[in-house]
Design a protein around this ligand. Sequence first.
Ligand SMILES: C[S@@+](CC[C@H](N)C(=O)[O-])C[C@H]1O[C@@H](n2cnc3c(N)ncnc32)[C@H](O)[C@@H]1O
Length: 286
Amino acid sequence: VNERVPQKAGAAACCAEFYEREVVHQLLSDSFHPGGIDLSRRAFEQLRLPSDAHVLDVACGIGSTSRDLADRYQVSLVGVDFSRQNVEVARSRTAGAAVEYEVADVQCLPFADESFDAVVCECAVSTFADKERAAAEMSRVLRPGGQLVISDMAVESALPKDLLEALGPWACVTDALAVDGYRELFAGHGLGHCETVDESETLEALALEVKRRLAMLALGQLSGALADLDVSLAELRSLIARARAEVEKGALAYFRMRLSKGPVVHAAAPRRRETSSGCDPGPGCC
Ligand SMILES: C[S@@+](CC[C@H](N)C(=O)[O-])C[C@H]1O[C@@H](n2cnc3c(N)ncnc32)[C@H](O)[C@@H]1O
């Protein structure tokens, strides 16, 4: 298993290649992040954007979140992903929604400065090889007062080396930071932390769902080819069990985080400040 883990050089290409596989689509279904579209909506609703807002979905995968947000909240959405194949799937699934997809690397976003009211990035910062450049780019394309919402894996304490390597492509943990590490990363690029919510419960639900789908694959009830996994069914089941134990210990977590670029510009009437325990005072914090 370890030999098949993507190397750091070319990590974006490896991550993109992994999430292009039919069998991975079959196991993870439409959303390639824990919590699925429900978590995306929870996170997005915290932004309280007007319906004419311009939103960028960075590392959009096959576009499930972009499509849903554009349909549901009537915002204008652009999704970008490093994988041409994923972008083609995203385009083919979108009909009529105000959403466009482009192939792009987060390290060099093809948009002018201050183009977006909000940037969404789900389960992807952890996979970015150059996180500083990615954070700089996401900040650059946000307008002053614009908001970034991410959800991602966090590694809070050291995982066994073999588990870390085996989980790498599956769970976006090879280069994942601790929650504090993400806050510091974005603070260094003018994005003040507003709120963090622990979403680790979604990992348990995802683990159970993947186990259920593995059983269906083994019975031939799903179309993906198990041979494409590069790992045996038994190895995968053991991986899932070990990962669940690390989640229980608090070493592995999933979270969502909202950040803001500079002082917040309120589009509507002033709102009461949210009672969030994690809100650091300081520039950009709403
Ligand atoms: C775990 S998937 C998440 C996809 C999507 N956000 C979702 O939640 O369904 C990670 C995605 O990041 C994309 N990706 C990885 N590195 C990237 C980069 N440097 N620039 C843009 N996209 C990248 C991959 O192609 C893959 O689609």
